[in-house]
Design a protein around this ligand. Structure first.
Ligand code: HEC
Length: 202
């Protein structure tokens, strides 16, 4: 049942963006199609699992224990899905809680791209794609925009209003430099980034 609830949240999270076309990029259509296909599958696998487990944990164990889930389980989960798909998945945002999730310059470009739509109150595109050089390797990157849902406010809303004092205390203890609060439902939270080695897309 809980899993059902979590699954029905997926379309909310996606916010109808599936109906909108992605950004036109400089990639040829065939390549872009493959990048989007791999990126989307990996992203949906991650989000379904994360959302399902966070929802269950919030209900069964409460928000303070779920903070530990977010800091301890989210990375191994992301890594195992990355491995299964032969990609590298990262969650990144301008207002990060964990400095590990800080964006690089290409990720900043993608974040700015989506942010513009949210600022203008427009529906964001379903994805953004890039072909970039990381070190000496050519990679493709797929980005999926994340929207703030009501349940996210428990830990990313306004302290004292949406975030209970004991929850905020636990967050600040673990993340003294936390920037990931003050969000409202429907705000742009960040992206899931899927990095795909160029040789996978041929
Ligand atoms: C129980 C508290 C809790 C809830 C509920 C929660 N988060 Fe988080 N979130 C965290 C914690 C803790 C981290 C930091 C994890 C880490 O160490 O990377 C985090 C990190 C993130 C990050 C990675 C970027 C960053 O800020 O470091 C994103 C993106 C994110 N959350 C989005 C969401 C969304 C979207 C929702 C709702 C669907 C949500 N969160 C619900 C606690 C929560």
């Amino acid at each position: 049942m809980r899993r059902m609830v979590a699954l029905t949240l997926i379309p909310v999270l996606i916010g109808g963006v599936l109906l909108t076309a992605g950004k036109r990029s400089s990639l040829d259509p065939e390549t872009e199609k493959k990048v989007v296909e791999i990126g989307k599958k990996a992203t949906m696998t991650l989000l379904k699992t994360l959302l399902g487990e966070v929802t269950t944990s919030l209900e069964e164990k409460g928000p303070v224990a779920t903070i530990n889930y977010c800091s301890e389980r989210a990375y191994p989960l992301t890594d195992s899905i990355s491995e299964a798909f032969g990609v590298k998945i990262k969650r990144t945002t301008f207002k990060y809680r964990n400095p590990k999730n800080k964006p690089d310059k290409y990720e900043e470009e993608a974040l700015r791209y989506f942010e513009k739509f949210f600022k203008e109150g427009k529906k964001p595109p379903a994805h953004y794609v890039q072909k970039v050089k990381v070190g000496d390797k050519l990679v493709y990157r797929y980005y999926f925009p994340l929207k703030v849902l009501k349940l996210c406010l428990t830990c990313h809303g306004t302290p004292g209003k949406d975030i209970k004092p004991e929850v905020y205390k636990a967050i600040k203890k673990k993340y003294p430099e936390d920037k990931a609060v003050g969000y409202k439902e429907g705000d742009f939270r960040g992206v899931v980034r899927v990095e795909i080695p160029a040789e996978r897309v041929r």
